[in-house]
Design a binder for this molecule. Sequence first.
Ligand code: GLA
Length: 737
Amino acid sequence: MNRLDSFGIYFDETSSTFLLQTEKASYVMSVVNGYLGHVYFGKKLGYYPGKSVLRGSEYTYVSGKPGDKCTFMDGYPFEYSISGTGDFRTPALKIKNSDGFTGGELKYKSHKIYDGKKGVEGLPATFGSEKDTKSLEILLTDDVLGLEVTLKYSIFEGIDAVVRSVHIENKSDKEDGTFYIEKVMSSSFSLTCSNHEVITLHGSWARERIPDRRKIGHGRTSISSTRGISSHQEHPFMAVVSPDAGEDSGDVYGVSFIYSGNFLGEIERTQHDELRINMGIADDNFSWELKNGQSFDAPEAVLTYSGEGLGRMTHSFHRLFTDHLIRSPYLHKKRPVLINNWEATYFDFNEERLLQIARVAKEAGIEMLVMDDGWFGHRDSDNSSLGDWTVYRKKLPDGVDGLCRKINEIGLEMGIWFEPEMISPDSELYRAHPDYAIAIPGRPASECRNQFVLDLTRKEVRDCVYEQVAEILRSSNIRYVKWDMNRPLTDVGSLTTRGGEFHHRYMLAVYELQERLITEFPDLLLENCTSGGGRFDPGMLYYSPQFWCSDDTDAIERLYIQEGTALIYPPSTIGAHVSICPNHIVGRTTSLSTRGYVALAGTFGYEMDITKFSEEERAEIKKQVEMYHSLNPLVREGTYYRISSCSGLTKGNEKNKSFAWMNVSSDKKEALLTHVQERGGANERSVVLKLKGLSEDAVYKLSDGRSFTGDELMKIGFVTDKIYGDGASKLYHFIAE
Ligand code: GLA
C-alpha cells in the first residue's frame, strides 16, 4: 500500500471513499447505500480507512438485514443530512415542498476534484491559487423534489482547515416545482466522542467575545444570532475540544462562519453519544423560495482540526484569514497611527476643535485624524440626520473638503465616520422616503438609538446611500473610512422582499455596498465597526482589513476582549486604541504605558483629547508612537502565542493573575513578550512564563544585556521582572544574537 501523506484530495473508487489531506489532519467521507457519510476528521491518516469505522453503516437496509431503513436513517452519520425521512437529529438541510411537507433524501451522484478554488456569488469567500489550494465538489440529488445539492470543500497547503459551502439548485421537471429552503447549514459533520466540551465566544455590547467553556450534554447545544448582525452576544464560532485540551495538547475542532448576519451553530449529542456539529445561517426567520431553475449559495464555513491544543487552532485560523480571506492592500502594511475624536468630544466639536487636536497630535507623531459621528445633517446628538450625508455647516463651515485640506496642511491624513445602513426619523431622507426604513406595514417600528435601519434590499435605497457616501469621498482627500452600524434589525418588513429572505438579502446588500466602495476607492483604508465589535467576523474581514474591536477601551477589559478575539482573528485585524482615564465605560484608571501595550497588540491608535494632556504625557505618547513604528511589523506579521491568561480558556488558568502573549517573527529571530498583571497580590514571587515559538538553539538578548537560550526560555521559563499594582505591565523584546 502506498502512503497518501501529501497534501491533496483523493478518491478511492473501490470503496467510494474521499480523503482530504491537509498538513496534519485528514477529513474522510464515504458512500454507503448511496448516502454520503462522515467517516473521520482528525489526526492525519496514512491510508484510506476501511468503511467499518462508519458507525451506522452496519444497518444495510438494502439487504434488509440486520436493520431496516428507519434504523439506518436514525443513526447513520450523514455528511449532509436532510430532515423528514427518518433522521431525527438536527438536520443540515430542510426543504418544504409547495404543499408544505418536508422530507427528502440526498443520494450521491458524482464528484469532481480540481486545483484552485471558486468564489461564492455575492458573498465573502476564501481564495487560493491552483498551486496551494485544492477543491472537491460532491453532487447529491433528490429526484422526487428535483433537488440538487453540491457540497463544496477546499483545502489549503500548510493549513489544517477545510472550507465548505453548499450550492442548492431546483432542477424540478414539474410544471411548478417550487420548494422552500427552511434551513441550510454550510457545514455539518459528526464526531464519535462522549465527553467533549465546547468553547464559544459570548458577550454583550462593550464586552464582546469572552471565551466560555462548558461540557456538552445530551440533546442540543446551540449558539445563534437573530439580530441581523453576527452580534455582540454570541459569535459565529465554536471549538469542540477534548476535556484535556489546553494550549498545546488535546483535540480541538474549530468551526467558524464567513458571514455577518443571523447564524446558528449547533451541536447535538445523540442517543449514541455521537456529536453532530452544524454551522450556517440561522433557520429562525429563514425561508427561501426556489422556483424551477433557481439556485441558492450558502456562505462558507471553516472547519479546523488541531491535535496540539488551542494554540494550533488559533494559528490555522490566523493563517487562513491572512493568506486566503483578507484582500485589502493594507493587510501587510503598517496602518497610520490615528487619533479619533469620539471619546474626546463626542458630538460637541467644530472645525477649530478638530484642528487643535490635529496640531497637538502632529507634534506627538500621530499620522491621521479621524472625524467620528456628528459632522453631517444637523447632528448634535444621536437623535437626527442619519441618511443625510451632507456637511453640517455650523460645525464645518468650509465643508469636509475644507477641513481635510487644513488637516493635510498640518501634516496629517484624514479619516471619516459613516453609518450608511441607517436612517433617523428626523432626517430629510426620512421625510422624503419614510418607506426606505425597515418596518412592518401598519405597525410602528421600534426605534433603537433613535434610528431605523434602511431597507437596503431595495436597489434605489442602496444607490441613494452609496452615492452620498461616495460623493464625500470623491470630493476630498479622505484616506480612511469607519463604517459603523449601531442597531439590530427589528420589525422586519419590506415593500419588495419576502419575509423569510429579508435578513440574508440584507447581508447580500451590505456586502454589495462594501464591494462597491472598495472597488471605486481601492486605496481607502476601511475599518468596520458595529457599536464596537458587533459584526467583527470573517465576513466583514473580506472587505476591511481591520474591525473596531469594542467600544470598551479600558485596557484591562480589553485583555479579555482581545484575547477572545485573537483566538481566531490575527492581531492585524483588531482595532485597538489608547483612550483617556478614568475609562469612560468602566471608570478604571490604568497607566498610559499599559494602555499603550494593550493597543499595540492590535492596530494601535488614540481616542482622546490630546490637547488636555500634560507635556509629560504628550512626550510619553510620542515615545509610544515610536514604539508602534518599531514593533508593529512584529505584531502584525509575527505568530501570536497565548502565554498566560486569566480567562478560563485553558483549564486551570482561571486563577492566573496575569495575561501574557507573544509575537514571534517567522524566522524566530525576534520575539515580543507582553506581560500585564491584572491584579497585584501580597508577598508573591515573580511570574515564570514558559515562552513559545522560539528556536531552541538560538541565544536571545534583551535590551538590558541579559541573554537566554530559546531552550531555557521555553522549557524552564522566563522569570518576569517584579511589577507592582493592578494593571502593571512590562514589555520584553527578545532578539536572537
Ligand atoms: C458606535 C461606535 C463608536 C462611535 C459611535 C458614534 O458606538 O462603536 O466608536 O463611532 O458609534 O456614534
